[in-house]
Design a protein around this ligand. Structure first.
Ligand code: SF4
Ligand code: SF4
Length: 358
């Protein structure tokens, strides 16, 4: 998948997870632990009382109920327009469990979004996902859909949302990923549906597939009915690639040209896109080198995975304060949900943001 597919996803669980609706869970915890959790979560919420717009404050509360984790960058494909570096770091299962447990102690958590690289390459991944779902957490996994066997190891597939990267219709997908990849990816989606997973699709849009999106969606509907939702990711602009310290590979441009601002704007007005027009794409994002960012496209860490979660959360919140503090001089910012990397803004300009919202 693409780094930009490390999208902050709108949390749309098909099953509403709630720890306290879990019979097993009720009997696993002791009252003292509940009290400790309650105290710590309330303590965290005190920090929310700084002056953020109410809609942003509410959105932040929900955004922090999801964790984004990218435990590796390695991948088994070599897509022509992939723009991520592929360092060899890999986070261990033990370190991920520790991070999730420490996060849960101070922050209400409902779901975990896993992305890479290709996360299904990690042999521990089924066991980690099963551990998460056993606790009632909803799991979203972004994958290139090449590892069908991976699906057999999931013990609670109804708590897993499989988000598959498809680059449009078969000729477009295979042109980027290699001959035969489209058929394999569709087979993955079909198997995931049979297993009872929720399905979603991410599609990166370049000049190659821009004019074929309606036909692509029609094909998907014929195959899967209305059960597959597509989020579009305009190919990362040159401005993004020039400013992101790690995700900065231009890749092939011939035949896969970048969208113009006007085309990106039309796409944002007609479809669900990432980043969304009113932003709000922040969340805790743990990357494979152990650094934690304030969003999945972040360029300045708020800490490392062993740091105090509360302190990192305060830094994230401070970034939002900075965004709105600058809103007087940049009115385009005012009615957004905010960005935690105001100097970067995913390579977008403020005036473009304003156009997208119209
Ligand atoms: S090579 Fe392809 S599948 Fe792998 S991370 Fe890059 S875009 Fe995603
Ligand atoms: S840099 Fe800003 S716009 Fe981009 S994902 Fe992060 S918060 Fe969203």
């Amino acid at each position: 998948m693409y780094h930009d597919e490390r999208a902050h996803l709108r949390f749309r669980p098909k099953v509403t997870p709630s720890l306290f609706h879990s019979f097993e869970f009720c009997f696993q915890i002791i009252p003292t632990f509940i009290n400790m959790q309650w105290y710590n979560v309330s303590h965290m919420e005190e920090h929310m009382n700084k002056k953020l717009p109410l809609h942003t404050k509410t959105h932040l509360t929900n955004a922090l109920k999801q964790l984004y984790i990218s435990p590796l960058e390695r991948c088994n494909l070599a897509c022509k327009i992939c723009y991520t570096a592929k360092p060899t770091h890999i986070l261990t299962e033990e370190s991920l469990r520790d991070f999730v447990l420490r996060y849960k102690k101070v922050q209400e958590l409902e779901s975990v979004l896993l992305c890479g690289g290709e996360v299904t390459l990690l042999t521990y991944m089924p066991s980690f996902i099963n551990w998460l779902t056993e606790q009632g957490l909803y799991v979203q996994i972004i994958t290139n859909g090449t590892n069908l066997a991976f699906l057999d190891a999931l013990t609670k597939p109804s708590l897993v949302n499989v988000i598959v990267s498809i680059d449009g219709r078969q000729p477009d997908h295979d042109a980027n990923r290699g001959e035969g990849q489209f058929a394999q990816t569709i087979a993955f989606l079909q198997k995931a549906r049979e297993k009872g997973c929720a399905l979603d699709v991410f599609t990166v849009v370049s000049q190659r597939n821009l004019r074929d999106l309606s036909a692509f969606e029609k094909e998907l509907r014929e195959l899967f009915g209305l059960s597959v939702h597509v989020t579009y990711h305009p190919r990362k602009s040159r401005a993004y690639l020039q400013n992101h310290p790690v995700s900065n590979r231009v890749g092939e441009v011939d035949g896969f040209g970048f969208l113009s601002q006007k085309e990106m704007n039309t796409l944002a007005q007609e479809h669900d896109v990432f980043p969304p027009p009113i932003l709000g794409c922040y969340q805790f994002a743990l990357m494979s080198d152990g650094m934690v960012y304030a969003c999945c496209e972040g360029i300045r860490p708020i800490g490392k995975m062993t740091d105090d979660i509360t302190v990192m959360r305060e830094k994230l919140e401070q970034r939002l304060h900075d965004w709105f503090a600058g809103a007087v001089t940049a009115p385009e910012k005012q009615d957004t949900l905010g960005c935690v990397e105001p100097q970067f803004l995913c390579g977008m300009s403020l005036s473009y943001l304003h156009m997208r919202k119209k």
